[in-house]
Design a protein around this ligand. Structure first.
Ligand code: HEM
Length: 229
């Protein structure tokens, strides 16, 4: 048995064989990371936000811009799920992964401390607009964004948060990275829902969804980059 067949990263998540579509989504996402970002990454780092997080030089102003823009994305995503254009989105209501209210609390805290909260800028606004349009016309492609936006935050997002907090926030842990309940269970529950929704999809639908991963990365990276501005 070769190393490639024994060492399958998704084993950690499924506890066995690649059973569902969410494993395919994960693999598509992992490939798009740089080697510096994640062990399973396959891309070469070019831009600053693609380098090892240890080497980042985040600024507090930049981090606030990031929080404001990512909130625009979560607000939009959560509104879409609340008033779904397609019934399948309804599955993803109240998963416990929602981030809008948490981000509102963080921004309020900064405001009370006297920090100026910036206006939303083009990376967040552009992604939110894209999501709104996509959600009305292509549910399979939209679900890819749902997956990436929520799961990125629980994986790389938490690594970034820790490093950035050490450098510029006196290690303060933001609400954005706290979940009510056991995160691993919340994630497992959403993985199950994603697999269930995709059961009715044709191979073509699945491929369209997987193909959207690159677009999600492109938009999300622009927002992450704000931290370093
Ligand atoms: C997983 C780091 C950006 C989506 C991971 C993992 C790491 C990581 C280390 C593996 C976690 C594990 O195996 O337990 C980073 C870093 C980034 C970054 C440092 C710097 C910018 C992104 C972006 C997206 C994304 C832009 C997509 C919008 C994901 C997804 C997973 C993941 C979907 C799988 C999560 C799971 O299976 O639970 N990331 N990532 N990441 N990342 Fe990223």
């Amino acid at each position: 048995v070769s190393a490639a067949t024994t060492e399958k990263p998704w084993r950690r998540y499924t506890g066995g064989e690649a059973k569902g579509f969410v494993d395919e989504l994960r693999l598509a996402a992992m490939k798009l990371h740089t080697r510096q970002q994640a062990q399973e990454g396959e891309m070469e780092a070019k831009a600053p936000e693609e380098q090892r997080v240890e080497e980042w030089e985040p600024t507090l102003d930049g981090y606030l811009k990031f929080l404001v823009d990512i909130k625009v994305v979560y607000d939009t995503l959560e509104q879409i799920i609340e008033k779904p254009s397609f019934p399948s989105y309804g599955e993803f209501r109240n998963t416990g992964l929602e981030r809008s209210e948490k981000l509102a609390k963080d921004l309020k805290w900064f405001e009370e401390k006297g920090y100026g909260i910036p206006k939303a800028s083009s990376p967040g606004v552009a992604y939110a607009k894209y999501l709104e349009q996509l959600s009305e016309k292509d549910p399979q492609a939209f679900i890819c964004h749902f997956y990436n936006i929520y799961f990125a935050n629980t994986a790389g997002g938490r690594i970034i948060a820790k490093k950035v907090a050490e450098k510029i926030l006196d290690s303060r842990e933001l609400e954005f990275y706290k979940w009510d309940g056991e995160l691993s269970q919340l994630l497992q529950n959403v993985r199950g829902k994603l697999n269930k929704v995709a059961e009715n999809w044709s191979r073509e639908d699945k491929n369209r969804c997987l193909g959207e991963t690159e677009i999600s990365f492109k938009f999300y990276r622009e927002i992450v980059r704000l931290m370093l501005s």
